[in-house]
Design a protein around this ligand. Structure first.
Ligand code: MG
Length: 265
């Protein structure tokens, strides 16, 4: 068969094949330089309108305390009962007798904004000076949960893994960003809930990033488990959980909260 194809024809065939291959290479080179190839257009992020000023709830936030009522909260000792803390003049003040309070709703991953104020006339020292706490997940009766410490550490020494901005007894804050007693302070928190298998094994730990007064104090910290007063932290399986605020048993003057909102992620 070969013999009946002339050498000219063979040369033309070879030339055509080489030209075709060169053409493919040229197209591939052009495509590799095309910026459009790495553009992604869907899914589009939802539109969220920011608050007019820093700290104001954005359009999609769930407002947990707007200065008027504690409708979004219940008492931890008996979750059928009202929270029992004091609402006056647009702020929420801890009632130590009532105990801890928690949100009616449960959350997994979220962004939380919360403002708090240590009384100007605060007394006490160490852990007994304006102690409260934001429990990032209140995992159930008898559990410790995961506490982001609230304390007056403006001029007050305590163990550093228990000072303001610490993940209690697990993470020393990256800075002491405390304002003076009497001044309002803020936490902006990004919480990633831990993930458990059906059997209760930990698949991925909880992670948290916290800004105190705009200063990063926890940067993607991976929790070792629940934050315990005594002993080593450990995990215990849970699902979506309420957010809890602590009524600490110390004798110092109770602190106040305001402007609390959350955005489930
Ligand atoms: Mg505390």
């Amino acid at each position: 068969m070969i013999s009946i194809v002339s050498s000219n024809t063979r040369r033309m065939l070879l030339f055509s094949l080489l030209s075709y291959a060169a053409g493919i290479q040229w197209v591939q080179a052009q495509e590799a330089n095309d910026p459009k190839l790495t553009e992604v257009w869907t899914p589009e992020p939802k539109v969220v309108t920011p608050g007019a000023v820093y700290g104001q709830a954005p359009s999609d936030a769930i407002v947990l305390f707007d200065g008027t009522s504690l409708d979004q909260w219940v008492n931890v000792k008996d979750t059928t009962q009202p929270a029992g803390w004091t609402v006056a003049d647009g702020i929420l003040t801890v009632n130590k007798k009532a105990g801890n309070i928690q949100t009616k709703q449960s959350f997994s991953n979220y962004q939380l904004h919360i403002e708090w104020r240590i009384p100007a006339n605060i007394t006490g020292s160490g852990q007994g000076r304006g102690n409260s706490g934001v429990f990032l997940a209140s995992t159930g009766p008898g559990d410790d949960g995961y506490e982001l410490q609230v304390l007056d550490c403006y001029n007050n020494k305590t163990y550093v893994n228990g000072q303001t901005g610490s993940i209690y007894k697990q993470a020393i804050p990256l800075a002491n960003a405390c304002r003076k007693p009497g001044e309002w302070q803020s936490y902006d928190i990004v919480w990633t809930a831990p993930v458990f298998s059906e059997a209760g094994d930990l698949l991925s730990p909880a992670k948290v990033t916290v800004f105190q007064n705009g200063i990063v104090v926890e940067n993607g910290f991976e929790l070792k488990g629940q934050t315990l007063y005594i002993g080593k932290p450990y995990y215990k399986k849970h699902g979506p959980s309420p957010i809890k605020l602590q009524a600490h048993g110390d004798k110092s003057e109770p602190l106040s909260y305001r402007n609390i909102w959350v955005r489930p992620l």
